[in-house]
Design a protein. Structure first.
Length: 509
């Protein structure tokens, strides 16, 4: 007695952080009582696709096979999540039942969640899969609602559909799937808010200078000052001083946004992430082994941590390795995932628990022990990794009511100096000053005899560590670059030492 057996293979990709491994959706129609089995380590949402696919096929006008249906998502040891496998499963069933020619499945990948009526819904986390599929040379069939992500990938071949019937008609050769032109899509999605301007900030010239130096060398910045001094206002203006993202960098940022389940943005603006101080370690570093956290979402942009000492201690300590390496590696029992995290850290804190230490009107009543306990929430290794510590004072009355906005420098002119300094660094060493290794610091940041003597005195008086010493040299090199000076001057060293406010505060205590 001959056995009746039909098999089809449809390709898709699983979400796994910023990578997207290929998944073979194998569908087998066998003899026996009608049943629908789904295997291959599917999560709950994928297991529920059986009911969505059944209802979508029937309401779309296709006959659901009264057979024993087995769907295998291969490789079996790779976790599968999300509703993206609805469309490939439905196409696989129709192909195994002879409703779609097998040749139509070659060099194609399918993605999309199905509604019960057969409509294709927007599917999250698709951009990494589309990038991988484009490199593989596949044509990708996906929901029309995902046109934004599809058009972010150069040279991608894809077809957009709103309904399962459109996909089947195209695979049968009876119709063609359309693609949204990149130019029209860019015009529709390129509306972004203008970065906040530095001219809006009154006074705080020391803070503005520190912000300019931080932008020029991609240095970490910590601002210490009373409430209302302008710490948050200054931090929000850092993206406006940075050069725009290149096309490749913008795609990296969009890929991380997509991997986090967010709709990716289209544009050259740098990310600015400001998580609340109640954020957990998983929120900052990343959850599970596949979801990027705030550090990675701030990749190539700014991570602003307001009220820094109020963050959980373990969350702050988790920043240390990514600040050095520019990577977040999430290791779990059975798998690990790597996310880029080349962010620029900007943080703010009060000088004491009440916020008014050093106020000339005597508003602070914190004891020395309370102030020490508050500042000790930040560990020495973390402070060492932040290049700039600048102390801000409350604005005097003449700055609040007497200074006109027109007399302050706008972000555009500061951004020109920042771009020129960055250009010098890239031509000289191929990287920004904050990324210099100790051996590169020794070669590039050489000092004259008087500058070495000044720095040696600062090391003794402030008790600078070897890491802090190298960071002072990098800061001095950035100060010289902003002035287009070929060598580091004594004034550059003095300014760099002056930008280590927390070291000076420790000495005064």
């Amino acid at each position: 007695m001959a056995t009746h057996k039909e098999v089809s293979i449809v390709f898709s990709r699983a979400p796994a952080g910023v990578v997207a491994p290929l998944v073979r959706v194998e569908v087998h129609l066998g003899l026996g009582l009608p049943a629908f089995a789904l295997v291959g380590l599917p999560e709950a949402v994928v297991r529920e696709s059986k009911e969505r696919v059944r209802a979508a096929l029937v309401t779309a006008g296709f006959e659901f096979p009264a057979r024993r249906i087995t769907v295998n998502l291969s490789p079996a040891d790779l976790p599968k999540e999300g509703g993206r496998f609805d469309l490939p499963i439905a196409v696989g069933i129709l192909a195994a039942d002879g409703k779609i020619p097998a040749r139509a499945l070659k060099q194609r990948e399918f993605y999309g969640e199905l509604s019960l009526s057969g409509e294709l819904r927007e599917t999250p986390k698709l951009l990494p899969a589309l990038i991988a599929g484009a490199k593989f040379g596949s044509e990708m069939i996906l929901p029309a609602a995902n046109a934004l992500e599809a058009n972010l990938v150069a040279d991608a071949k894809f077809g957009l559909a709103d309904h399962l019937r459109e996909v089947v008609a195209a695979l049968r050769g009876n119709a063609a799937l359309c693609a949204t032109p990149r130019s029209k899509l860019a015009a529709r999605c390129a509306s972004f808010p203008t970065p906040a301007d530095l001219a809006d900030v009154r006074g705080q010239y020391a803070g503005k200078r520190a912000l300019e130096i931080a932008a020029a060398g991609q240095h970490g910045l910590l601002m210490i000052g009373p409430p209302g001094a302008g710490k948050t206002l200054l931090a929000q203006r850092l993206p406006g001083l940075l050069p725009p993202l290149s096309e490749a960098e913008a795609l990296e940022v969009a890929t991380l946004e997509s991997a986090a389940g967010r709709r990716p943005t289209l544009g050259a603006g740098r990310p600015f992430r400001s998580p609340q101080h109640t954020a957990s370690v998983a929120a900052l570093i990343g959850g599970g082994a596949q979801r990027p956290g705030e550090l990675s979402l701030a990749h190539l942009g700014v991570l602003f941590l307001d009220e820094l000492p109020e963050f959980p201690r373990n969350a702050l300590e988790a920043l240390r390795e990514p600040m050095e390496s520019g990577l977040v590696i999430l290791s779990r029992l059975k798998r690990s995932c790597e996310f880029p995290a080349q962010f620029q850290l900007v943080a703010a804190m009060n000088p004491c628990p009440c916020g008014y230490a050093g106020d000339p009107r005597g508003r602070c009543h914190c004891t020395a022990e309370q102030i020490a306990r508050y500042r000790n929430r930040l560990s020495g290794p973390l402070i060492d990794r932040i290049d700039i510590h600048v102390e801000l004072m409350a604005l005097p009355a003449e700055h609040l009511v007497g200074e006109s906005l027109e007399s302050t420098e706008a972000s555009g002119s500061v951004a020109l100096r920042v771009a020129a300094a960055r250009g010098l660094q890239l031509r000289r060493q191929g990287k920004l000053n904050s990324r210099l290794t100790p051996s590169e610091v020794a070669r590039i940041c050489r000092l004259a005899a008087d500058s070495r003597a000044l720095l040696a005195t600062a090391i003794v008086r402030l008790g600078l560590s070897a890491r802090a010493y190298h960071r002072v040299l990098r800061l001095a090199r950035t100060c010289a670059d902003l002035a287009a000076a070929p060598d580091i001057r004594m004034t550059d060293v003095a300014e760099a030492v002056n930008l280590r406010a927390l070291d000076r505060l420790e000495v005064r205590r």
